[in-house]
Design a protein around this ligand. Structure first.
Ligand code: ADP
Ligand code: ZN
Length: 353
């Protein structure tokens, strides 16, 4: 087990990572006033663990599993229930689940009586390596992702690989999407991924790489908590195109779209001479080893969704792309250029190149 500290401008968080982290750190909350937010799948598997760890004195919301639960109506109903349960400001909200649960429970904690205590216990690989760390919280509005949100650091994050044992294979792949993204930003992470590339789903590898990714993210959040000075923006590598496809095509989940987005953006980076040689080839191979890249017929249409990306600061589309090991670069493209490069990449995929 290791502890990692996020030193964000607004607050510090401690992240306990590794096998046994749940048993070692969750029970200390038992005698506090607890409000747990979880989802239907996670509750079905782990309700006995929750009762066994926290007794049966806690209050609880079980959301239907899935991104659609991240809505204002559920947010208000959590807040109303916290009030009805007599939660005090000193009480603790425990987010027990994947990114959906973490985002909405984090937002509820940040709003309730202007902010109560928050503990994140992420149970998916994706939320362990990414969304539970860094204090971003949100719900969607009118189908647009993360419109209502806040920056609110959890007091503690408990990252225990035990929860990955019940996670469907596909959700592991989603987590690998973000892990490979970290690989494109951090040389040590990249080298470890390459060394284990035939064995990325191995438990021990995942435990070690999860801590590495969290360490990377904690560093970035320490330098740029509110996404203001360009440092945190790097974590968005692959996401401009990933999000655009996600908005247009839906169906697949976030981590899979991140991989697909990285693949298309790597093509653009190569075309611009920003990324090349053996490194570009290895990265391409790595992405393809985790997911089959679709040759989307409507790339030009879906490219329009990149216009909503938060990184755009003028009429151009901003991409964060791999450059060399451990280094990313920024490319700004006119929407027209961007769409035609995506189409070019799509055609290459179609031709099997
Ligand atoms: P994210 O990938 O952002 O963490 P979700 O919160 O939607 O997204 O979680 C993905 C899916 O995995 C959901 O259906 C959720 O119920 C399920 N899930 C979360 N944790 C576990 C777990 N430990 N075991 C089995 N299923 C889980
Ligand atoms: Zn992401």
């Amino acid at each position: 087990m290791t502890d990692i500290i996020t030193r964000a401008a607004s607050a510090e968080s401690v992240i306990h990572c590794g096998k046994g982290a749940f048993e070692a750190h969750a029970p200390k909350w038992k005698n506090k006033q607890i409000y747990i937010v979880t989802d239907s799948n996670v509750f079905a598997i782990y309700r006995h663990l929750l009762w066994g760890t926290f007794g049966n004195g806690f209050s609880l919301t079980v959301l239907p599993a899935g991104e659609r639960s991240k809505n204002p109506k559920n947010l208000i109903s959590i807040l109303k229930d916290m009030l009805a349960c007599g939660m005090k400001r000193g009480g603790v909200v425990i987010a027990f689940g994947g990114g959906v649960v973490g985002d909405i429970a984090g937002l509820a904690a940040s709003l309730y009586m202007r902010g109560c205590r928050l503990v994140q216990i992420p149970t998916t690989l994706l939320s362990q390596v990414d969304s539970s760390v860094g204090g971003k919280t949100a719900v969607d509005l009118e189908g647009v992702k993360n419109v209502i949100g806040s920056f609110y650091q959890p007091e503690e994050v408990i990252v225990d690989p035990r929860f990955l044992q019940t996670l469907p294979e596909r959700e592991i792949r989603c987590g690998l999407g973000e892990i490979i993204k970290y690989g494109a930003l951090d040389k040590d992470i990249y080298n470890k991924i390459i060394k284990n590339c035939g064995n990325l789903k191995n438990e021990n590898f995942l435990e070690e790489i999860t801590a590495d990714c969290i360490r990377h993210k904690a560093r970035v959040v320490g330098e740029d908590e509110r996404d203001e000075n360009g440092v945190r923006k790097t974590l968005n590598l692959g996401h401009t195109t990933g999000h655009a496809f996600e908005l247009f095509y839906g169906k697949k989940s976030h981590g899979e779209f991140v991989l697909i987005g990285m693949y298309y953006e790597l093509y653009i980076a190569r075309k611009y001479g920003i990324c090349g040689g053996q490194y570009a080839e290895n990265l391409e191979k790595l992405i393809k080893s985790v997911i089959k890249i679709p040759a989307y017929d409507d790339v030009e249409e879906s490219a329009k969704f990149a216009a909503f990306d938060k990184k755009n600061d003028d009429a151009k589309i901003t991409l964060i792309v791999p450059e060399t090991e451990g280094k990313s670069a920024e490319i700004k493209l006119l929407p027209r250029e961007y769409a035609s490069l995506l189409a070019e990449c799509r055609n290459k995929i179609k031709d099997g190149i």
